[in-house]
Design a protein around this ligand. Sequence first.
Ligand code: SAM
Length: 207
Amino acid sequence: MVSRQIERRGIKAPQLLEAMRQIPRHLFVQPLMQDRAYEDNPLPIGENQTISQPYIVALMTSLIYLEGVENVLEIGTGSGYQAAILSRLAKTVHTIERHRSLARRAESILKELNIQNVTVHVGDGSVGLPDFAPFEAILITAAMPQVPGVLLDQLSKDGRLVAPVGSSGKQILQRWTREGETFSREDLIPVTFVPLRGKLGWKSSEW
Ligand code: SAM
């Protein structure tokens, strides 16, 4: 998976590749899907949600430049796989999921792997986790209508935020970088994610 799907597509950061080699992705997918865990695509995880394609996990992680000292927020825990990768590259990881069943399952797999620097929260991540801010990096793993100011405000002074932004048919991966009180935005590649719900997410009538 790592050499064919990730290195070959240009991701070279050694610690990230090592984390992707070490974390057993098959534990995070449903038991009946385990033989497909290392395929080059997303897979269903229950509650109509998905574990993201390995390359997208690697790409989003590489875009936030972690050095091991960061406090990171992930919005959309899903299976917990992305959080497990982040745990190897950051100091602390907060991850929030709106489906309690997914959050609990993710938490138990992270515990089984003895990952101790990830805290799983249940709730609406569309407004972030202000009580645990500032974050050097925020990763949003569901498509947002736009990146709200309330999330950008939770970035540290040189923080990075990566999110898929757009509707069901048309999304783009964006990276936002904070420099003091100003923010710059880069539009990167087209992507396909499930919708972010909640107060600042997509309403079911809109998606
Ligand atoms: N990062 C995940 C992984 O490694 O398996 C994949 C995430 S999946 C593509 C998107 C997740 O975002 C779903 O589990 C969904 O329930 C969650 N989600 C959607 N809206 C949310 C919200 N407002 N707050 C928290 N989680 C949300």
